[in-house]
Ligand binder design. Structure first.
Ligand SMILES: [Zn+2]
Length: 467
């Protein structure tokens, strides 16, 4: 069976054949670092990390370029609201993203370029586009440079739209100096108080789309294998990246892969949903490995409708896997992950990265392993565990992997929960006999141990205080 993926541009599943034998070049649109990451941002990191691990398992050398958009309208707005420089906002949030990728066991990209470090490459790309008649500096000398969408007959092909049905790009305050409102900004002329860089057409700052084209081709070459990102980036971001690079004469991406979004009750997650969806908050509910399992289990192209209940169910499903691996190793000693993977698992991942079906194979192994344990069939336990760990390694979910060792409380959280429950039951009993002094003393002792207790309609809830 061959490796195949759904290609957004072809609108069908295509066999994957890399440009260079044995090598895969992959560009993934990374974060625009105006805020700390929430669970929706991190999904694409997890999905494409599994793609990368699978390609590596299939014997490819993978070069992953994941950029950081460190200059943007939103970053400038946050900085001005806080009264700090734009780069302070970018630095702080980039660190928060790196931390989140790390605790979710996403392997670091081969290269992680920042937009503002690639202005010369962007100027060069604009120069090529202007020379070929696909771009022009704004007529009003504002310093804006626009891409002329009518000059490129394939404009709209990635997002499957016709130019005559498109509205204006709406990417500048007014359409200052545009020939056509649908033309998009490659470069935005200086506005007072904003950072700017010099170009032959005036000073200003890069447009988002131009950044990705310049960085992708710098690190991966004019033509590369796969371009990935969230499905919300197909238009205008990826359409514009593709148009400007191909109009300049580059082949650009050969396959386009897009992950589905995370929604709350069917609504696309926005920045305004609040702090409860930030990664540091979510990993108070479940462990990072359980969050990774939750984000990985749905097909990457499907929509995940987020709920805390679904998150907890995923955690419970992961604990069944982990529980077996722990008991198996106790019974038969350490078992190394097998490189040979079961056929149904490999076929599922070959077929457009079907992680859900691959996990069905994982759970079948857990069931088989549990009955082998019950029968005391040690050899079978060892075999099943080796295959299971092999599969979990490819998914970045092996409970015995060192990556999860320092994420803290593996197993211990359950112990603490049990101990706190004992204390809370005693507190409840004290209250029922109206012994409030004892009830308060129990609460204070928990507090001294760093545990805060909150009484909710569903009973008391505890958490560890930070710091
Ligand atoms: Zn991008």
């Amino acid at each position: 069976m061959s490796l195949r993926f759904y290609d957004t541009r072809a609108r069908q599943v295509r066999d994957f054949v890399p440009l260079r034998e044995g090598h895969v070049s992959l560009y993934l649109c990374g974060a625009t670092v105006q805020a700390a990451p929430h669970i929706g941002h991190i999904r694409s990191g997890v999905n494409f990390d599994i793609l990368r691990r699978w390609l590596v398992h299939r014997g490819y050398r993978v070069t992953l370029c994941r950029n950081v958009t460190d200059i943007d309208d939103k970053i400038i707005n946050v900085a001005s609201a806080e009264g700090v420089p734009w780069w302070e906002v970018s630095e702080r949030n980039q660190r928060a993203f790196t931390w989140a990728y790390d605790i979710l066991n996403c392997l670091p990209p081969t290269v992680e370029p920042r937009a503002t470090g690639h202005v010369p490459e962007m100027i060069e790309l604009m120069r090529r586009l202007i020379e070929r008649g696909h771009a022009y500096p704004a007529a009003d000398d504002s310093g804006d440079v626009y891409f002329d969408v009518t000059s490129f007959p394939d404009y709209g092909e990635l997002s499957n739209q016709r130019l005559d049905q498109m509205r204006g790009a709406g990417d500048t305050d007014s359409d200052r100096g545009k020939r056509d409102p649908r033309d998009f900004a490659l470069w935005k002329g200086t506005r007072p108080g904003e950072p700017s860089w010099e170009t032959p057409w005036g000073s200003g700052r890069p447009g988002w789309h131009l950044e990705c084209s310049a960085m992708a081709t710098k690190y991966l070459g004019p033509t590369f294998d796969i371009h990935g990102g969230g499905v919300d980036l197909v238009f205008p971001h990826h359409e514009n990246e593709s148009a400007q690079s191909r109009a300049a004469g580059d082949g650009f991406a050969r396959y386009w892969m897009h992950n589905g979004l995370l929604s709350m009750s069917g609504e696309k997650m926005s920045k305004s949903v609040g702090n409860s969806l930030l990664i540091p908050e979510i990993v108070r509910e479940v462990r990072p490995v359980e969050l990774r399992y939750y984000l990985a289990q749905a097909h990457y192209r499907s929509v995940i409708d987020y709920s805390v209940e679904a998150l907890r169910e995923a955690a419970a499903a992961y604990q069944r896997i982990e529980g077996f691996v722990t008991r198996a190793v106790e019974a038969v000693g350490d078992v190394a992950p097998s490189k040979e993977l079961p056929e149904p698992f490999a076929e599922a991942l070959d077929d457009d990265l079907g992680v859900s079906q691959a996990l069905a194979a994982v759970h079948n192994h857990v069931r088989e392993g549990n009955s082998a344990l019950a029968e005391g069939a040690k050899e079978r336990v060892a075999e099943v565990t080796a295959r299971l760990r092999g599969m979990l390694t490819v998914l970045g979910l092996d409970p015995l992997s060192e990556s999860w060792a320092d994420t803290g409380d593996s197993g211990l959280r359950g112990v603490v929960d049990a101990l706190v429950t004992v204390a809370l039951n005693q507190r409840q009993a004290a209250r029922e006999r109206r012994d409030y002094a004892t009830a308060d003393e129990i609460r204070d002792q928990l507090l001294d141990a760093g545990i805060t207790v909150e009484d909710t309609p569903h009973g008391p809830r505890w958490e560890l205080r930070n710091g």
